[in-house]
Design a protein around this ligand. Structure first.
Ligand code: PEP
Length: 252
């Protein structure tokens, strides 16, 4: 089964509306001729409408960086899936390690958020990954098993391939440290095997991204790995030039 690579830029808490529009004006001409690669920008809530408007008709999709699992209610500060789909947002990042570590997002919450996103018509990118300590202790697979089994538990088997997984070793996020190709391939293949425990067919169609200090000069090697189907890019997604180079590196 062919899996179209996905390059997703995670802007985190960066970019005003004006900055987002300027970025997109710089990016679109650089990626318009790159075929066979899906491109997504994950922006802050305040910029999503402007991002959707300025990418309309292009190959670039717009994702949010989190959402609540219910449609509405007394959840001060939260945003729901229908609020995102109303803006024509395409997807949402769920379980980023910064949401887990800094804002206390749990696997139990993600178990509700992932199917809620799918039901609303949003494509979820579920992030998983181990800390440096967990890797040193030999606990990487245990951590990934727990996060993936729990996060996907309420996703119907026949819809598993609609969820994008992002393997992001926490020690590589924003640090300049990158997993070696062997580490990335082993972990991503393990993630795929976990999906295969539910459905071998769906696992073949599931896109699994690598994230953690992906830059223009290391992207090609990581993206060439057999089980890596794209990248979730933080720092290098903040300027159109480097981000477009990573998109280009994903071309088959
Ligand atoms: C991320 O934010 O998901 C990420 C991988 O960041 P960076 O590329 O900066 O390590």
């Amino acid at each position: 089964m062919t899996r179209i690579p996905l390059i997703a830029g995670n802007w985190k808490m960066h970019k005003t509306v004006a900055e987002a529009e300027e970025f997109i004006a710089g990016l679109l001409p650089r990626v318009s001729s790159v075929d066979g690669v899906d491109v997504a920008l994950c922006g802050p809530f305040t910029a999503l409408q402007a991002m959707v408007d300025s990418t309309r008709g292009s190959r670039v999709e717009v994702y949010a960086q989190t959402m609540h699992w219910t449609t509405h209610g007394a959840y001060t500060g939260e945003v729901s899936a229908p609020m995102l789909t109303e803006l024509d947002v395409h997807g949402v990042v769920l379980g980023h390690s910064e949401r887990r570590e800094l804002f206390g997002e749990t696997d139990r919450e993600l178990q509700k958020k992932v199917p809620a996103a799918l039901e609303a018509g949003l494509r979820p990118i579920l992030c998983v990954g181990e800390t440096e300590q967990e890797r040193e202790n030999g606990d990487t697979e245990r951590k990934l098993r727990h996060q993936i089994q729990e996060g996907l538990e309420k996703v119907p088997s026949e819809r598993l391939a609609e969820v994008v997984l992002a393997y992001e070793p926490i020690w590589a996020i924003g640090t300049g440290l990158v997993a070696t190709p062997q580490q990335a391939q082993d972990a991503v293949a393990f993630c795929r095997a976990l999906v295969a425990d539910r459905s071998a067919e769906q696992a073949q169609g599931t896109r699994i991204l690598y994230g953690g200090s992906v830059k223009p000069d290391n992207a090609a090697e990581l993206l060439a790995l057999p089980d890596v189907d794209g990248a979730l890019v933080g720092g290098a997604s903040l300027e159109p030039g480097p981000f477009a180079k990573i998109v280009d590196a994903a071309r088959a």
